[in-house]
Ligand binder design. Structure first.
Ligand SMILES: [Zn+2]
Ligand SMILES: [Zn+2]
Length: 142
């Protein structure tokens, strides 16, 4: 079903990996994976809506699913993906990139470490300021 498996081509360089990632993000397979992810999440939580892991506000399929690592890109486990609004998601990437020690850790562990810091940071921001955070300067994968 999922034809695009960037994971199988990890020997390719960083730019090629990035291109594969961009291609996957635009693919029908990724959009189907997102719908499947939402169904699984709603069924497992029993809540009427999915909530953003950072700000705890309602998330929808128009929002982002953050890869906490890229090891299973194209064949993600449910827990590899975190629901986030674009501004919250952008802040998460900026936060991880801002820390030398987090950049050195496994991506997955760095995410787990960074999430409570991000939550505190977002909780302290006025709502309109969160909405105006931009994606400019975001160099890493989403
Ligand atoms: Zn959010
Ligand atoms: Zn991300």
């Amino acid at each position: 079903m999922r034809k695009l498996r960037p994971n199988q081509q990890r020997s390719v360089g960083r730019d090629a990996h990035r291109a594969l990632y961009a291609e996957y993000m635009a693919s029908a397979a990724w959009w189907e994976r997102r719908r499947e992810w939402e169904r699984t999440e709603l069924a497992s939580t029993g809540l009427p809506a999915v909530l953003c892991v950072a700000c705890n506000m309602k998330w929808t399929l128009r929002d982002d699913l953050h890869h906490i690592d890229y090891d299973r890109l194209g064949d993600e486990a449910h827990d590899d993906l975190w629901p986030m609004h674009r501004p919250c998601h952008t802040k998460m990437h900026q936060l991880i990139e801002s820390s030398k020690s987090w950049r050195r850790m496994s991506r997955r562990f760095a995410n787990v470490q960074a999430l409570p810091v991000l939550r505190r940071e977002i909780a302290g921001l006025p709502a309109d300021e969160i909405q105006t955070l931009t994606v400019t300067g975001l160099k890493e994968f989403l």
